[in-house]
Design a protein around this ligand. Structure first.
Ligand code: G3P
Length: 546
């Protein structure tokens, strides 16, 4: 698969042959769209040793199966089974991880409990020191970890490196923020409440919850893992990580960086396996004291089953981009491209519906189309803008949304094209509320445009969604922008920029089905702690300075 400019008429996606590797070629006929597209997928059957499996990472794999991590050691599951990780680009097995058993999960949580008790007694400065060390080791090994991301989730090469570096920075920030906010408590006196004398002094501090279960999603397996691990550890918790299947190997490498930093035995564990075997078992485990999950609908099911433990959930969005008549259309177009198409739209915070005033819609669509034509489509190794989506089922789902829009009369600004899991970027104009794409989250490179006749219409569409993660508004009138932001039922509104979670210390939260609680480093640290009070009762009232 070679990189191709989107609008290039001479693009030839079928010309690649690699004679140095044994390949089997499969030909599919793909009929949706105006043309019949022939798809040829190369399947690589020879496994090559990559830098991700050598050096300091040698001990995390045996044969061709990566091990799981518990009690400070890399282990093979007694199940004797493994889970295959399919490379979205080649659509062949890239890696294998252990299929852990429920019995192994029990042992992992038991070790976590024991390790946490000791960790809670470890001075804050020492916890911070270890986190800084892990951050440095992670950044030092950004290349092999990024290589896993490229192979497992088809994230473009440069973005994969950025994810690892950003994760190192996030860990360091957790350490710095943690020593400050956990180093302070509150002192309250009783006589501020009616009827009380100053006979009670209340001292509060933040204490850890215990065992935190972290479940990150495939699209940021490293970054959204450390956004849970960093706050959990600095706050004195132990951590059990259940990585997504796609992204598990990058997670295992990241865990090895924590191992190399020298964290106490049992404090961090990483279990891999089938969701059907250990998913519910983990989330309903009585030994788990907190769950931090990022992903899709599964989060709703988890929240119903989890019981009385604090939950932090980020479950996706249908982020609206409201464009007013006075907006800088070049800025809007650039942000629709960045917001809608980066990592092929596989971001919770992607621009997922554009709501543009009719009077400027033609001009905006033209500008966006010009930029879509320049997007590079192809494999992540070549750092293309649009790379294959994570799985065949995801590609099929995206195709279903496109088909539905086609049937119902949306304007296809580009021809619909798909090769395997690779879907060409597509702007759909004249989308109407009866189309699925107006409401559903494609998690793919398709951006719908709904033309509106009033700002109220745009706000109404945004608020009619079950989701409420982020939204954005483009206008030069800051007063209008503030009013619109207040009217939008979303956790965050960006003014004159596309939605985004980062920088990672900003609060990040969704309303409605988009989530529970707030993330961002400070909020996550607070969420992973409980307030403990000690009240000193005096025999007689005492006032400062007599
Ligand atoms: O999809 C995960 C969500 O947290 C998005 O993050 O950094 O792409 O805005 P980001």
């Amino acid at each position: 698969m070679h990189a191709i400019k989107c609008g290039s008429p001479s693009s030839n996606i079928y010309s690649h042959t690699n004679t140095s590797r044994k390949t089997i070629q499969h030909t599919h006929t793909h009929t949706f769209s105006h043309t019949v597209v022939e798809i040829r997928v190369e399947r690589e059957n020879l496994k090559s040793v990559s830098m991700a499996e050598t050096g300091v990472f040698e001990e995390i794999i045996e044969g061709d199966v990566f091990k799981y991590y518990t009690d400070g050691e890399w282990k093979k599951s007694t199940s004797g089974k493994s889970v295959a990780i399919i490379n979205p680009t080649t659509r062949t097995t890239q890696y294998k991880v252990q299929a852990c058993t429920q019995e192994e999960v029990n042992k992992v949580i038991e070790s976590s409990k024991i390790a946490q008790r000791q960790w809670a007694k470890t001075p804050l400065w020492k916890r911070a020191e270890l986190l800084h060390k892990a951050a440095a080791i992670l950044k030092e090994h950004k290349a092999p970890i990024a290589e896993c991301l490229v192979k497992e989730i088809a994230k473009p090469a440069k973005d994969s490196v950025t994810e690892v570096v950003r994760s190192g920075d996030l860990i360091s920030y957790c350490a710095e923020e943690g020593v400050r906010i956990l180093g302070e408590g509150k002192f309250l006196v009783s006589d501020s409440f009616p009827g009380n004398e100053r006979t009670k002094y209340c001292l509060t501090s933040k204490i850890p919850l215990g065992v935190v279960l972290a479940i990150p999603p495939f699209n940021y397996p490293v970054n959204l893992a450390v956004s849970k691990i960093g706050p959990a550890l600095i706050a004195g918790n132990s951590l059990v990580l259940k990585p997504p299947t796609q992204g598990a190997v990058a997670c295992l490498h990241m865990v090895q960086c924590f191992h190399l930093a020298g964290f106490p035995t049992g404090l961090i564990s990483c279990v891999t396996g089938k969701g059907s075997e250990i998913g519910d078992f983990l989330t309903m485990h009585p030994g788990v004291n907190c769950i931090s999950f990022t992903g899709g609908d599964t989060g709703i099911a988890i929240s119903k089953k989890a019981g009385m433990v604090p939950l932090q959930m980020e479950l996706g969005g249908k982020d609206a981009c409201i464009v007013l008549e006075d907006a800088d259309l070049d800025l809007v177009a650039a942000n629709i491209i960045k917001g809608g198409f980066s990592y092929s739209g596989q971001r919770c915070t992607a621009v997922k519906v554009v709501l543009v005033m009719e009077s400027v819609a033609d001009a905006l669509v033209e500008k966006v189309n010009a930029k879509v034509a320049k997007l590079k489509v192809g494999p992540p190794e070549e750092d293309c803008d649009i790379t294959p989506v994570v799985s065949e089922s995801s590609a099929n789902f995206i195709e279903g949304l496109a088909k539905d829009a086609k049937t119902k009369g949306a304007t296809f600004c580009q021809e619909y094209r798909r090769e395997g899991n690779l879907i060409w970027p597509l702007l759909l104009d004249n989308v109407r509320p009866d189309m699925r794409i107006a409401w559903e989250e494609p998690f793919g490179p398709i951006v719908p445009v709904i033309r509106i006749n009033s700002v109220e219409e745009g706000i109404h569409h945004c608020n009619a969604s079950n989701f409420g993660l982020q939204g954005c508004v483009f206008t030069k009138d800051i007063n209008k922008a503030i009013l619109i932001s207040d009217a939008m039922e979303t956790g965050t509104v960006q003014i004159n920029s596309a939605p985004a979670r980062g920088p990672d210390h900003f609060p990040f939260q969704g309303l409605k089905d988009s989530g529970i609680g707030s993330q961002g480093i400070t909020n996550s640290i607070n969420m992973m702690t409980k307030i403990k009070s000690t009240v000193i009762n005096l025999p007689t009232p005492s006032y400062t300075m007599g």
